[in-house]
Design a protein around this ligand. Structure first.
Ligand SMILES: *Cc1c(COP(=O)(O)O)cnc(C)c1O
Length: 641
């Protein structure tokens, strides 16, 4: 469907259309020749730009097919630096009398390369790790030691988890147990007495402050995590009894992820500070205030208090927190605690993007040049309803578009009814359907030229949008778009000097109605795309996907992990492929669902052998068939060229 009619298009229009300069935050932009470029600062402090199509070509040359997840290490480094430096600056400006120590929550992206890079780059800031399970704690403990860095253990903890954490304390790590329940405390007291190790304890409080955004309903009193004020008193009593109140060193809260409203954050901090002061008064050692995650990403690039955006900058976030803490604690004469956050989404979202190619397009354009009616049929013999439909096509004017639309619908359903009752033949129905599409097309052209689109017709663009079939699985690579209606920026990564002429939604390879992308930034359900060119690839990118997407994925239709490539941009504007991981093969995904690829091979070989014996195929064909089967087992689960 033709939708953008002006022909003086340039890359600024492309930037406007896809919002890239708004959500791209200087990491992504469009080059003069219409490619999406990644801009970053190298280790030597130089600003360089690399075009995504060049990286795609490099991947291809190394045998990495689409779809693929691309990580840009420089961006990850930059995010870690940003959050540490923003807090340091806010602290200096306000003369706050303590420091900031961030921890990265491993659950947000557990991939070894990501965690390792955060630890490696974050070392200069003693950026630590947050673990929500035994497995995550083990990841943290296997990272290179740094006695200044914090490890924060959240989540339900069994004896094994606790002993592991206590051993870490014995080794000199600053490993906090954050109490989520009372029963956990008993276990910790017992284990630490057995090992004679003083635990480092924190308490997670359930705040009554609520947050806007997706996690609204799970914040406040209904939060499933954290201790109430009643339980907090019980914790204090129990620790006093065990002579361990001096082990309680941290107050922790987590209001939810992607908090769009800075007001909520300020309120949360104020409430938490009251608890902090109270615990000091109860005699706990304290010294640390951990504000959890929640620092949001502006996926839409609109800087608003909206689920997929936020109404504050990083520096406002830091300043507001520092100020709120000082305003609450100073009048009480309470010393400033070490400020901690567990920002996951903020740290990793920008550093990964997901790339896929478009396999084909289906559209709702009327066909031309195809003879739908027999040559010898005179218009006088047309079905009466079809003639009515043809009349509608002839009389569309700006004034009667709504009427024509209604009539077209009516006559088309009449013909469908007659077809269903055996009174109209296939040719008649096909012509009627095609004329109907012609009418829709004409209505849109006429309506676009007058700018007066009747209300009922505003959905036409969506209802008749093209379907672009992408070589990927939503469930595997972008699970949040399906699970929580997360909106990610999506756009072509090349051809942006050209005006997109189609309006589309994007379907994936799974045969599932939910396997699609139809929520785009700007609250739109379709996205402008370019028409495919014969024999040429068309690549789309989904951006800001570094947080939460990689391990929430599932094997719907047995599409497995995609290829993953990490690049590091270097000073000369070149890039190095620092890590490469091939995605799952078909044999891999089959084994995840308990099939043994060797047994499958044997069974199939039996079937083929039977066919040879019964004379259906010869041994030569047998060899070819078995070869193809073996090759498929080793192949990528996605569409291969
Ligand atoms: C998930 C989680 C985080 C990370 O939140 P973001 O919004 O991604 O920064 C931090 N802390 C806890 C306890 C969490 O459960």
């Amino acid at each position: 469907m033709q939708s953008y009619l002006s022909n003086d298009w340039n890359i600024d229009d492309a930037s406007e259309t896809y919002g890239i300069r708004a959500w791209g935050r200087n990491y992504f932009d469009i080059s003069e020749n219409g490619d999406v470029v990644v801009s970053c600062t190298t280790a030597e402090g130089e600003k360089v730009r690399v075009a995504l199509p060049d990286i795609i070509a490099g991947m291809k040359a190394r045998g990495f097919e689409m779809p693929a997840l691309l990580r840009i290490e420089n961006i990850l480094d930059h995010r870690v630096r940003m959050i540490n430096e923003a807090f340091t600056k806010a602290i200096e400006q306000a003369s706050y009398q303590s420091i900031y120590r961030g921890v990265f929550p491993i659950k947000v992206n557990q991939q070894r390369h990501v965690v390792e890079e955060i630890v490696k780059f974050g070392r200069r800031y003693h950026h630590g790790l947050e673990a929500g399970s035994k497995a995550e704690l083990m990841i943290a403990l296997a990272s290179s030691p740094d006695e200044e860095r914090y490890i924060v253990c959240n989540g339900y903890k069994d004896e094994e988890f606790i002993n592991l954490g206590l051993r870490a304390v014995q080794l000199g790590w600053r490993c906090f147990f954050v109490l989520e329940t009372l029963s956990e405390l008993e276990l910790i007291i017992r284990c630490s007495q057995q090992l004679s190790v003083q635990p480092i304890l924190g308490v997670r409080v359930k705040l009554s402050s609520t947050v806007d955004g997706h996690w609204k309903t799970s914040s406040g009193d209904r939060s499933i995590f954290g201790l109430t004020s009643i339980q907090l008193v019980e914790v204090v009593e129990r620790l006093k009894l065990a002579g361990m109140l001096d082990c309680l060193k941290m107050l922790h809260f987590h209001l939810g992820s992607q908090i769009p409203n800075i007001q909520n954050i300020r309120q949360g901090v104020q409430e938490a500070c009251r608890y902090y002061i109270s615990l000091i008064k109860e005699g706990a050692a304290m010294g640390h205030l951990d504000l959890g995650g929640g620092l949001a990403i502006d996926y839409e690039g609109v800087s608003q208090c909206d689920t997929h955006s936020k109404n504050y900058t990083l520096s406002e976030y830091c300043i507001d927190i520092v100020e709120a803490v000082m305003e609450t604690l100073d009048p009480q004469g309470v010393a400033h605690p070490v400020l901690m956050t567990e920002s996951g989404r903020f740290t990793v979202a920008h550093s990964s993007l997901f790339l896929f190619n478009v396999l084909e397009v289906s559209n709702f354009d009327p066909v031309k040049n195809v003879r739908l009616l027999p040559d010898n049929m005179q218009s006088g013999h047309y079905d009466e309803k079809l003639r009515n439909l043809l009349d509608v096509l002839e009389c569309i004017t700006p004034k009667n578009v709504q009427e024509c639309y209604n009539d077209a619908h009516f006559y088309r359903s009449e013909i469908r009814r007659k077809f269903n009752q055996g009174q109209a033949d296939l040719r008649t129905r096909a012509v009627a359907e095609n004329v109907f599409l012609e009418i829709i097309q004409r209505i849109q052209e006429v309506a676009a030229s007058t700018q007066q689109i009747p209300k009922e017709l505003t959905n036409l663009r969506e209802d008749f949008a093209d379907i672009y079939y992408g070589n990927f699985s939503v469930f595997q690579s972008l699970p949040d778009t399906w699970a929580i209606k997360q909106v990610f920026p999506v756009m072509p990564v090349h051809r942006l000097q050209e005006q997109p002429t189609r309006e589309a939604m994007i379907a994936d390879l799974t045969c599932d109605c939910d396997g699609k992308l139809d929520n785009f930034i700007g609250k739109r359900h379709t996205i402008p795309l370019h028409a495919l060119e014969e024999g040429k690839d068309y690549f789309l990118g989904v951006f800001l996907v570094g947080a939460y997407q990689e391990t929430l994925s599932d094997l719907h239709n047995l599409f497995g992990d995609s290829n993953v490539v990490s690049v590091r941009v270097t000073g000369d504007g070149e890039f190095e492929f620092v890590r490469e991981i091939h995605g799952d093969s078909i044999a891999d995904v089959l084994s995840y669902v308990e099939y043994d690829p060797r047994i499958l091979q044997e069974r199939f070989r039996d079937t083929v052998e039977q066919a040879v014996r019964s004379g259906k195929i010869n041994v030569e064909t047998r060899r070819e068939i078995l070869g193809a089967f073996d090759e498929s087992l080793r192949g990528y689960t996605y569409f291969e060229h």
